[in-house]
Design a protein around this ligand. Structure first.
Ligand code: HEC
Length: 114
């Protein structure tokens, strides 16, 4: 895990100054725990499992994508899965492991990545 300090540093830089009712720091911890395998710990779509996926996760730091998707859609994708919005079913539903408030924390973290 040679790159861990780098990832933490990047997370601190990208997370700085993002005040929000949802807790981006808590969301970051959950993202790394549940989503990093595919999305990468900083959401760049470079998690260890990404290479084996037929449809690759996008880079969440893409400002154009950030602007194109609203929070309601993010909530739906995360809680109900990719298939619920016409995306890859490899994006599995997380409604069983994240309640709505926890999902909003994760969304706050994703929003801090642009
Ligand atoms: C097993 C791998 C995997 C895991 C784990 C995973 N995802 Fe995904 N996710 C994907 C793939 C693949 C896509 C791309 C789907 C597509 O573009 O059709 C995706 C798409 C998404 C999208 C939609 C992005 C877009 O293109 O509009 C969001 C938001 C998302 N994931 C959030 C999460 C969050 C939050 C977690 C953790 C709670 C998570 N994902 C866990 C594989 C995964």
């Amino acid at each position: 895990m040679r790159s861990l300090p780098l990832l933490i540093a990047a997370a601190l830089v990208f997370g700085a100054g993002q005040a929000s009712a949802a807790d981006a720091a808590a969301g970051e911890a959950r993202f790394k725990q549940l989503c990093g395998t595919c999305h990468g710990n900083t959401g760049q779509g470079d998690g260890p499992a990404a290479a084996g996926l037929p449809v690759k996760p996008r880079n969440f730091a893409d400002a154009g994508w950030q602007a194109s998707i609203d929070d309601a859609t993010l909530l739906k994708v995360i809680r109900e899965g990719g298939a619920a919005v016409g995306k890859s079913p490899m994006m599995t539903p997380f409604g069983h492991s994240l309640d709505e408030a926890q999902t909003r924390d994760v969304i706050a973290y994703i929003r801090s990545l642009d």
